[in-house]
Design a protein around this ligand. Sequence first.
Ligand code: ATP
Length: 524
Amino acid sequence: MDFEKYQNLPTIILLRELIRKWWQADLTFADKHGVVQGWRGGAPPLPPHDFCRLSVLAPEGERRCSESLRSLHEKFKGNTRLRQALAQDCHLNFTLVGAPLYLDAEYEGMLFVQGLLRHPLEEQTALNLKSQLRELVPVASDLDRALARVPLLDAREMGKLSDLLELAIHEILRHEESTPPRDEPPAAPPPPSPGGSAFETLIGRSGPMREILKLMEKVAQSDSTVLINGESGTGKELVARALHQSGPRRDKSFVVQNCSAFNDNLLESALFGHTRGAFTGATRDKKGLFEVADGGTFFLDEVGDMSPALQVKLLRVLQEGTFLPVGGTHPREVDVRVIAATHKNLAELVQRGEFREDLYYRIHVIRLHLPPLRERREDLPVLIEHFLRKHHREGQRARGLEPEALPLLNAYHWPGNIRELENEIERLLVLGGDREWLPAALISPRIQEAVLPGGQAGPSWRATGKLPEAVEALEREMIQRGLARTQHNKSRLARELGISRSNLILKIARYGLARGPDEAGEED
Ligand SMILES: Nc1ncnc2c1ncn2[C@@H]1O[C@H](COP(=O)(O)OP(=O)(O)OP(=O)(O)O)[C@@H](O)[C@H]1O
């Protein structure tokens, strides 16, 4: 069993960071012999807080610590039906929580977190603990401070920690299932979906897009919940659909529901269905979308807009695969892969108490971030070409845009992202009539105004004269407008223009666009 590789799984890294952040504790592995991995010669690691750390300074403390771990290990080993996380008291009366790892019914070890307090310490208990520690390590000092730093977890937090450990185990199992055994030839790739790869619907091979496609390839075959994050119009639904189409559920339904489209009652009934008489007008039983999606994929758009009550129901579907229809008394069971999306920052919503933390971590197992179009401008030409082909009508002669049009579109910041670009190209095709090359002058006034002085194609857009001069004039203008738009935020503007910040600073100096000597002399 290669624990090293598990430590580097992205979800395990995430969970480890989370456990550290919340409880200043460490996620650790012990193998099937109870030997802790990554520890010197099987000795306990340096525990996460000073109190435990002091205790293992003494050989006797180290022995007792190992003993506590062994007790939990023996429990898991001796009962192969035990698959959930368990808590165990350690020699200092702290708590240790572990979850067992079984591969093909074989016990392979456990994941654990140690050195936790379950109750606030009473005075007498604290005194006992300190004298216990002094017995082990007579020179130990500042024990009050060390004791005050021992993480305290109430029952709810203990439950949360157990969930995270089980999630980590689940991730390892999923990884094992998707990795072929070393001595077997790799499994044949899944049969292609009809009409070629589902990922071909996603146009663009810029750096960020390639990263997204790589991650999509990894997660398409699994059942993990995916959270897609990105501004409106960046392609979240398209990505969700492509994941569904290229995974094992492609022959089943792909259901979409926008969570901000309905009020709470309606959304509940749409998602979970209702029974006859559940409310006025409910004259018969009605299936909810989760049942419609059974066996397939459910794309929940704008999940950040779900009410707290519905968040609880969603959590239950994700954890147990069950839900109650409105007015129902018998839980229904479904097997649905959930892909959630939002343009909001869910972590911030969690901090403000508007989104359940446990649900956040359930849906955050795999996160795909779709960058706005302005951060992947290299994709613009292929997207334009794609939309020209997509919206081309029979009899139209349009072959492309006039050369002046592209820099104009490139300079725009595309707040509506790819959807806005698609609409713009469709509009150009309509207005272009039977022209072969669609002129820059037809581009929407809103875009012209945003990128050109006075909203008109200025001298830099001329199609005649010397090319280097025209390019320079255009460059100067784009930078000048960009500086005004971003209030001289050079990092942002450099990102938008797709050049490095130092390159931008050089150009600002060359074109005399600096606000003052400070900006002119600035270096990266
Ligand atoms: N990479 C892409 N290649 C081709 N078309 C794309 C791409 N990304 C998005 N689109 C197109 O842009 C439009 C908007 O995409 P989509 O609806 O998936 O965005 P979204 O992020 O889900 O938007 P919203 O947040 O408003 O729901 C669709 O017509 C989609 O086909």
